[in-house]
Design a protein. Structure first.
Length: 438
């Protein structure tokens, strides 16, 4: 397997010089830096936020029941009822998974995964009565409503991740049924995006339960015109995406030119040990926190584990033309984890020769990390994130926000206009293969 140049371990090593990121993190806030307004206080007009084209790198769709009744191949519909089938009054209320009923995404009457609409504030969502059933945003499942919301927000393009297929599909234990479900979802979301193919950018799902089937589906969606496909930073039957067994899949990503989008899952049905969320929620319950907190913490933890392990395995060196996105976990953690990875790569023996400068490897490859509105790390260190970060709305999740708020936050932090344009769409347009002017 071809590799980029590896840095051999010397007998002794001097203490590394502080990186640009660590220097920036050590700098105190300047007196001229204005404190950004909280999301709930943003008053900018969402449809008039920019003179450039915003590309939303992290939004979601909510799968409709027709996916199982129309897009799933008839011969698999009976089987799917045992392996992965949402049921109940609303599609997110109950889920049948691997022969058992498992918790749905809703913990109350507030559909947190599909409640947000343009103009809603955090104060408004926080003030909703959880005992009352609140309606799902139509834009979560209807393409025309989605495009109308994007117009209100001032978003030109949006990358579309799944919802139910994000949190449940990776747990399906039957590889053959998983492959059929992946085909059904990918055909469904492709049909969804036909309403505006240049604006709605679907991310395909892959049946990672079997690497051969995943490679086959990745090749199929590439022929269908998809620009991206998704992986989850989770164990799949004791196998992890950075391990060498997944190399045929990463090789296919590289050869096809599709963007590999790594997106964490919340996993209301996941096992402890597959992802961090179940452990975090167990500890929150033990500490009498009063509510699950994994949603705020687990994505960053899961992505930090994936980044560290992929650097230890030399993923970006083995596949130097791979396009990679680290999604839905924020961006501020990235410099810290890269520095920690460097330290432990120097201290620990590696099974395979890899670079001992993971920061340089990551920043010199075709990579991107998502950030959300109000992230202090991006605002305080804009030069470090200028070429690798892309804003995501999290639409229609309850913690979503529009681009006007994000731009206002960056402007108040003194971020140069040209960097704001890259963060809000330029970097994503380049990585996903769009000309910046279109």
């Amino acid at each position: 397997m071809a590799r980029s140049k590896a840095v051999a371990k010397p007998a002794a090593r001097k203490a590394p010089k502080p990186s640009a990121q660590s220097k920036a993190m050590a700098k105190p806030a300047t007196k001229t830096a204005a404190k950004p307004a909280p999301k709930s206080a943003a008053k900018a007009s969402p449809g008039k936020s920019t003179r450039f084209r915003v590309m939303d790198t992290d939004s979601h769709v909510l799968e409709g029941p027709e996916l199982w009744t129309k897009f799933l191949e008839p011969e698999y519909r009976a089987l799917a009822r045992s392996w992965f089938w949402p049921y109940g009054d609303d599609i997110d209320e109950k889920v049948f998974l691997n022969g058992s009923s498992v918790p749905g995404l809703n913990r109350s009457g507030i559909p947190r995964h599909a409640i947000w609409k343009p103009g809603m504030t955090a104060d408004q969502i926080g003030g909703l009565d959880p005992k009352v059933r609140h309606p799902i945003n139509p834009g979560a499942s209807n393409a025309r409503a989605r495009l109308a919301d994007m117009d209100k927000m001032g978003i030109h393009r949006a990358v579309l991740y799944p919802t139910l297929f994000l949190h449940y599909f990776p747990l399906v234990e039957n590889p053959d049924v998983a492959a059929a479900l992946a085909r059904a979802y990918n055909n469904w979301v492709r049909d969804f995006a036909k309403a505006a193919p240049d604006r709605l950018i679907p991310v395909a799902v892959l049946p990672a339960q079997n690497i051969g089937l995943a490679v086959k589906e990745l090749k199929r969606v590439a022929k269908l015109g998809f620009r991206a496909a998704m992986m989850t930073p989770a164990f799949h039957k004791d196998l992890y995406p950075s391990q060498r067994v997944f190399d045929p899949l990463w090789k296919t990503f590289e050869a096809s030119g599709l963007v590999a989008c790594v997106h964490p899952m919340a996993g209301p049905a996941a096992r402890e040990g597959d992802i961090n969320a179940p452990f975090i929620d167990r500890m929150a319950e033990y500490a009498n926190v009063g509510q699950p907190v994994s949603e705020a913490i687990a994505p960053t933890m899961d992505m930090s584990v994936f980044l560290t392990s992929m650097m230890a395995e030399g993923l970006l060196e083995n596949f130097p033309r791979l396009k990679l996105v680290l999604a839905h976990s924020g961006a501020s953690w990235l410099p810290v984890i890269l520095e920690k990875a460097e330290t432990y790569l120097w201290l620990s023996p590696q099974e395979h020769p890899v670079s001992l400068e993971p920061e340089k490897v990551f920043f010199n490859r075709q990579t991107m990390v998502n950030f959300s509105t109000g992230e202090g790390g991006v605002r305080r260190m804009p030069e470090d994130f200028a070429s690798v970060a892309g804003w995501g709305s999290l639409y229609p999740n309850h913690d979503a926000s529009g681009p006007a708020e994000a731009i206002s936050d960056l402007e108040q932090g003194g971020v140069p206009r040209d960097i704001i344009e890259r963060l809000m769409g330029g970097n994503a347009a380049t990585l996903f293969g769009f000309a910046k002017s279109t």
